[in-house]
Design a protein around this ligand. Structure first.
Ligand code: CO
Length: 208
């Protein structure tokens, strides 16, 4: 029995459309990848990395997890960043959060969600650190959205502190980390203005 036939049909049409426009597209892509950007985003199905920034296959190296977290000991994320920076020589790392993030909403709730609470613990740490600012926001939705933004800022700093990134900067390799947020209700990206391109800029970001 053929499973999920609709998805295979979609795929057949998608590949055919691309080949019609550029017959050598997949052959060229199979030889090498040279993406310019690393995207670190949320797993949320409403935040499809390539589609949002209008980039075809081959132009975006992607890492996604729940709530776009960059954890100092996460071998998965560390490996992605190291490969992107050292091998692919990517010059732009984009940390992209999104408003209304379910992971962040879950972290703000005072109830158990099982195993994922261990992962969401990292967001609660940011919430505690930024408690003064967050409690000044009267409505719950506003607090959630602000924590979505603050989470991006924190993850930009975490990327900056990764050994692969620190070494790249020491060697004079151009590398910029950007902090963006995406609106799932309007499809628009917003630059949070926390871009860092050196160890000195990272210190400025961390000193707030
Ligand atoms: Co999310």
């Amino acid at each position: 029995m053929k499973v999920l036939p609709q998805l295979f049909e979609n795929n057949r049409r998608w590949a055919a459309d691309i080949v019609r426009a550029d017959p050598a597209f997949f052959e060229n892509l199979a030889r090498q990848q040279a993406p310019e950007y690393l995207w670190i985003g949320c797993s949320d199905s409403r935040v499809p990395a390539n589609a949002i920034v209008g980039l075809p296959p081959g132009e975006l190296f992607v890492h996604r997890n729940v709530a776009n977290l960059v954890i100092h000991t996460d071998m998965n994320c560390l490996s992605v960043v190291q490969f992107a920076v050292e091998v692919l020589k990517i010059e732009h790392v984009i940390v992209c959060g999104h408003y209304g993030c379910g992971g962040i909403r879950a972290a703000m709730e005072n109830r158990s969600h099982g195993l994922i609470d261990n992962w969401l613990r990292h967001i609660r740490d940011i919430q505690r650190k930024r408690m003064d600012e967050l409690t000044r926001i009267a409505d719950e939705g506003g607090r959630l959205d602000r924590l979505c933004e603050l989470n991006v800022v924190e993850q930009v700093a975490n990327v900056g502190n990764m050994t692969a990134v620190q070494e790249a900067w020491q060697q004079g390799q151009p590398l910029t980390i950007h902090g963006w947020i995406y609106g799932i209700s309007n499809g628009r990206l917003k630059d949070l203005g926390v871009c860092v391109s050196s160890a000195a800029e990272l210190r400025m970001l961390e000193d707030g």
